[in-house]
Design a protein around this ligand. Structure first.
Ligand SMILES: [Zn+2]
Length: 80
């Protein structure tokens, strides 16, 4: 594993305010210099993994429903 890759994975401690271009804490919600509300801080790797896991579960459910609907459509129940 290269050092560059490990640096990219780590969340930065500071960021640049898009409004006043001052360096502020990455977790800051409001810029201490210009009081402009900051966009949401980047998600942590743990949060991204959790979101990805939930997405996979959702995808499996969607695929299961689609397969069931397709199967039910090609195999209509007998009408008595
Ligand atoms: Zn600012």
């Amino acid at each position: 594993m290269s050092e560059l890759a490990s640096e990219i994975r780590q969340a930065p401690a500071t960021k640049t305010c898009p409004a006043c271009a001052e360096e502020i804490k990455a977790a800051a919600l409001i810029c201490p210099h210009c009081r402009i509300q900051q966009p949401r801080p980047p998600r942590t790797a743990e949060e991204q993994a959790r979101i990805r896991g939930a997405g996979i579960v959702f995808l499996i459910i969607v695929v299961a429903v689609v397969v069931f609907v397709a199967w039910a459509g090609s195999h209509p129940p007998p009408l008595n």
